[in-house]
Design a protein around this ligand. Sequence first.
Ligand SMILES: NC(=O)C1=CN([C@@H]2O[C@H](COP(=O)(O)OP(=O)(O)OC[C@H]3O[C@@H](n4cnc5c(N)ncnc54)[C@H](OP(=O)(O)O)[C@@H]3O)[C@@H](O)[C@H]2O)C=CC1
Ligand SMILES: CC(C)CCC[C@@H](C)[C@H]1CC[C@H]2C3=CC[C@H]4[C@H](C)C(=O)CC[C@]4(C)[C@H]3CC[C@]12C
Length: 276
Amino acid sequence: MSSKVQAVPYLRTLYLQTTPSYKRTSGYCGIGLALCERLLSQNDQIRLCLACRNMQRAVSARSALLSSHPSADISIVQIDVGSIKSVLQGTKILKERYKQIDYLYLNAGVMPNPQISIKAFVKGLFSRKVLSMFATGEGLLTQKDSVTKDGLQKVFETNVFGHFILIKELEPLLCNLDNPSQVIWTSSSNARRSAFSLSDYQHKEGQESYSSSKYATDLLSVALNRHYNTKGLFSSVVCPGLVMTNLTYGILPSFFWTLIMPVMWLVNNLPKGSPI
Ligand SMILES: NC(=O)C1=CN([C@@H]2O[C@H](COP(=O)(O)OP(=O)(O)OC[C@H]3O[C@@H](n4cnc5c(N)ncnc54)[C@H](OP(=O)(O)O)[C@@H]3O)[C@@H](O)[C@H]2O)C=CC1
Ligand SMILES: CC(C)CCC[C@@H](C)[C@H]1CC[C@H]2C3=CC[C@H]4[C@H](C)C(=O)CC[C@]4(C)[C@H]3CC[C@]12C
């Protein structure tokens, strides 16, 4: 594989948004960085490209990865998926740099100003949906969205639309029938059909923009497969499960998570078919 990598600008993995966040007690966090670590520990010959909005943090992420994988090939490109201009600039650079992208992992996501409904939580505790409430957060969370410079809803543009433009722009690098590519979206078990509406796909009206954006991601992935499978591009979605990152620390402070973690663990690991 490495000889192929050197012969043509051939990108084994384009990895998106991996900037580490120094927060709370335990140094770096974030699903993106953890995934890069895992990928490199499986195969440090892959060529990684980190696409991040904040170059300073991107450099720290690269250094952190290189400290444990010194021979890894890791480059950086600046992309803010919340800005169409930035996506177009970033993809122009990528098209100059590479001829092919094998894997595009779409990780950037935001959940601005999350609020928990204590009323819905208490109601949920005494309902038959208690387990799914802990696994998906269904009905518990609301967010306050805002409008970007592009005039789009921030959660929609960041979690969905910016990534979509990125794929469209990278089509020549992704669509190769002789060497199919994979696009992997970071969706969520919080994605909910009832939070999404085609007549308000940006979720301007409601307060569950995160849930709506993740449902839109799931729909978009299906549509991409219909459109692109014959061209050599395959799309899928993953939910990483509940992971302690800046996103979850934005919902509850870390000490609170430490307190409720045993309950969360128990609920999420109960054998299937148990009475509750
Ligand atoms: N944590 C969890 O329990 C779950 C998370 N997810 C999803 O996983 C993904 C990663 O989240 P997680 O690691 O938890 O959260 P973090 O907040 O730690 O990471 C989010 C990442 O997205 C980047 N990002 C945000 N906005 C933009 C933007 N406009 N342009 C470029 N990058 C951006 C951030 O970059 P920066 O460092 O510059 O802020 C950061 O690196 C998200 O899509 C999230 O919805 C899904 C299910 C559960
Ligand atoms: C004592 C109460 C205040 C405790 C409330 C607990 C809730 C804040 C959390 C219970 C389940 C959590 C979640 C489940 C699924 C996550 C999902 C996969 C995701 O993408 C983002 C975060 C979650 C919605 C998360 C959020 C907090 C809970 C609702």
